[in-house]
Design a protein around this ligand. Structure first.
Ligand SMILES: *Cc1c(COP(=O)(O)O)cnc(C)c1O
Length: 452
């Protein structure tokens, strides 16, 4: 028995204001889709139609919807403790999770500070870095260096250290002043230049900025290897190696925002591993709870921790909190998710899935409007252009991505292009057949969107 979608759509549009949406689009451009249930990679609406979740519900889901093992972990935790204040009190899930995270994180990240979403984690890292320098007597170090095309969230501090114009420009008067350095984005590499050569060459900008500014800079913040919201632009690990080295030389913190790329998306548990580096702060969220519940953490070093550890009267403590910091249900889910990684050998299994996804997606390389198919692990992106020879992009006003989105919805695949870039970032429980469907539907959508 299905009621159909219509009643839910009407009731929703009467009161719900949706995220990142021009609500007027729901009048004609965008069908609003009420979801009744999820199962594995599939979402099902109230008319019984199913959609393959090719974007992991905004990059959060890892092991499918309604995963039995994670559901069991939620139920078990629910029967003992749903929430408790984390100041002055603690609980087993947050202790277990912290131990488990420290065990798998780059060596030396031994302290976990919890918040409840990605932007809040970025705020924490920014405040902690600034506060660290103040606590050690370096008050001048209060600025941040960010990369062009970077994204770190929507709250004012996170927005300030990010760089996606569409989200940022309007709020500029409210934002702190940051120093922006050109991204190592390898889409911009010269003909014949390797990713590593390009990334290395781009690092000269960072070096040239750190040299005169280091005395006033607290930290450099980056998304390791993939600038996801910035249309899945990618760069070579060598950039992170050079950056780690420069941050050491200039005494500047390195904040790795692994909110999107963490937990296996780039092929390794954390993207930083591919450069063999340890950041001073690592922000985690999204996949942290396998896409189940809001939770984030900032992992940092003993050195940072020690700079805040003092007599109360010195007022050196990090007096930051969120009501749901370290929520037990969310921590229990995160712990269950890490068990799945280990027990099912997920990173190893993902290699085969990633290879298949890459092979299928690269079939599109010859398409007259595809400038590039790029991949890092379980993230694959297809860059559409108006003119392949000059790489002139389609004007954003044409909203070509919307054509692909709508085609996907019609064919039962949730694709959500960012600008003129179609990408796949599916849950790890996707099968090779489902990958084929996902890529086939994307290809059809691309044909439709580029046929004039
Ligand atoms: C999504 C994202 C954030 C923000 O996380 P929210 O939970 O949406 O606030 C920050 N940084 C990166 C790299 C992200 O992809």
């Amino acid at each position: 028995m299905t009621t159909g979608n219509a009643p839910y759509v009407a009731r929703d549009l009467a009161h719900v204001w949706h995220p990142c949406t021009q609500m007027k689009d729901h009048e004609q451009h965008l069908p609003l889709i009420p979801i009744r249930r999820g199962q594995g990679v599939w979402l099902e609406d109230y008319s019984g139609r199913r959609y393959l979740d090719a974007i992991s519900s905004w990059w959060v889901n890892l092991f499918g919807h309604a995963n039995p093992r994670i559901n069991a972990a939620v139920r078990e935790q629910l029967d003992s403790l749903e929430q408790v204040i984390l100041a002055g009190f603690t609980h087993e899930p947050v202790i277990d999770l912290s131990e488990a995270l420290v065990a798998i994180a780059p060596e030396g990240l031994t302290r976990c500070f919890y918040a409840d979403n990605g932007s809040a984690a970025v705020e924490v890292a920014v405040k902690m870095s600034f506060h660290y320098w103040r606590n050690v007597g370096r008050q001048a170090k209060r600025r941040f260096i960010t990369l062009s095309n970077s994204y770190h969230g929507e709250t004012l501090g996170a927005l300030a250290v990010g760089n996606v114009e569409l989200y940022k420009e309007i709020y500029q008067p409210l934002l702190m002043d940051v120093i922006t350095v050109p991204s190592p984005d390898c889409y911009e590499r010269e003909a014949g230049e390797s990713w590593a050569e390009h990334s290395r060459r781009k690092f000269a900008h960072m070096e040239a900025t750190l040299a005169p500014h280091a005395h006033e800079v607290a930290a450099v913040i980056v998304e390791p290897l993939v600038q996801c919201a910035g249309t899945m632009r990618m760069y070579d690990p060598v950039y992170l190696e050079l950056l780690r080295d420069a941050c050491n030389r200039y005494e500047v913190h390195l904040i790795a925002d692994e909110i999107a790329v963490g937990f296996g998306r780039t092929g390794t548990m954390f993207a930083c591993e591919q450069a063999g580096i340890r950041p001073d702060f690592m922000c985690l969220s999204k996949g942290l709870t396998a896409g189940y519940l809001p939770l984030s953490t900032v992992m940092t070093t003993e050195r940072v921790y020690a700079a805040f550890y003092d007599e109360y009267e010195k007022l050196n403590a990090f007096l930051h909190s969120h009501s749901f910091t370290g929520n037990p249900l969310a921590c229990a889910v995160a712990r269950a998710s890490l068990r799945i990684f280990r027990d099912d050998n997920i990173l190893e299994r993902n290699r085969a899935l990633a290879a298949h996804m890459g092979t299928r997606a690269r079939e599109l390389e010859d398409h007259p409007h595809v400038a590039e198919v790029r991949q890092r692990g379980m993230i694959v992106a297809i860059e559409l252009v108006k003119d392949k020879a000059t790489r002139a992009p389609y004007p954003w006003q044409e909203r070509r991505g919307l054509v692909i989105y709508r085609h996907g919805i019609e064919r039962g695949v949730l694709l959500r292009p960012v600008g003129n870039v179609v990408y796949f970032m599916p849950p790890y429980v996707i099968t090779p057949d489902e990958i084929d469907l996902m890529v086939d539907v994307a290809r059809e959508g691309i044909e439709l969107a580029t046929c004039d």
